[in-house]
Ligand binder design. Structure first.
Ligand code: NAP
Length: 227
């Protein structure tokens, strides 16, 4: 049986991933900040285990990693924020607090989560570490706006590439994946796809991940994204 851990699993893409893996018969460790309020997640059927986790609280990450004392095949660091204020993300107006907060969740929280669960991945059959990144973190895609968000994903991509290089000898595959433009609270109502379509595609891409010199940087359809 495949065991998967997903952060930010109470809504959006994280919830869709949890639903998909649970539907496939996987054991799912689904984390969210407020389990009591995670009604949709709590309604999922299958082997779904819900844990409280704010990924900016590193002590909570460490405690959870101790609590989940089993192999975890796939760790998906999905929790993310766009930034506290969309209007303050131009180069001219960007402020330090916006950058700090975005980096704290999208970069540091993601790295700390993947680090903490690396031992669980090592014990597993599939051995996969995944960050939900974005194609707007691609330097080749840079076109202005959302600078704090973009920087956090660009930095995350670099961290994931370094992780891939360090861990390939252990057979650990690393992905930094773009879920598409998805109709969630973050993606907004005009986005192109729903969370289920994104999750279906991501699960397929994750299935095909292989260890390598660099992380795999693909979208939910399996298309390569230029760095
Ligand atoms: N939607 C898109 O079009 C799109 C495009 C590219 C990339 N992405 C990426 O996809 C991932 C999921 O995005 P989404 O669209 O599903 O966004 P969303 O609907 O806004 O959901 C974000 C999730 O992250 C959680 N989260 C935020 N800060 C957290 C923290 N400090 N600790 C733990 N959980 C935290 C939220 O929990 P709460 O409910 O507690 O706030 C929520 O579960 C993100 O990494 C995002 O950058 C999304």
């Amino acid at each position: 049986m495949t065991t998967v851990l997903i952060t930010g699993a109470n809504r959006g893409i994280g919830l869709a991933l949890a639903r998909h893996y649970a539907g496939e018969g996987a054991r799912v460790h689904a984390t969210c900040r407020r389990p009591a309020a995670a009604e949709e997640l709590r309604r999922l059927s299958g082997d779904v285990n819900i844990h409280a986790l704010d990924t900016t609280h590193h002590d909570e990450i460490a405690t959870l990693a101790e609590t989940i004392d089993e192999a975890v095949d796939i760790v998906i660091a999905n929790a993310g924020i766009y930034g506290p204020d969309r209007s303050r993300q131009s180069f001219v107006e960007l402020d330090a607090d916006t950058v700090r907060m975005t980096m704290e969740v999208n970069l540091i929280g993601t790295i700390k989560t993947l680090q903490a669960f690396l031992p669980h991945t090592r014990r597993s059959q599939e051995k996969k570490l995944v960050a939900i990144s974005s194609k707007v973190g691609s330097i080749a895609d840079a076109s202005g706006g959302a600078i704090a968000y973009r920087m956090s994903k660009t930095a995350l991509n670099m961290a994931m590439c370094c992780a891939a290089y360090e861990l390939k000898g252990e057979g650990i595959a690393v992905g930094t994946l773009h879920p598409g433009w998805v109709r969630t609270d973050m993606g907004g109502p005009n986005a192109l796809i729903d969370p289920d379509e994104s999750a279906r595609g991501l699960v397929q891409v994750i299935r095909d991940l292989k260890p390598g010199d660099k992380a795999t940087y693909k979208d939910y359809k399996g298309e390569d994204i230029p760095w």
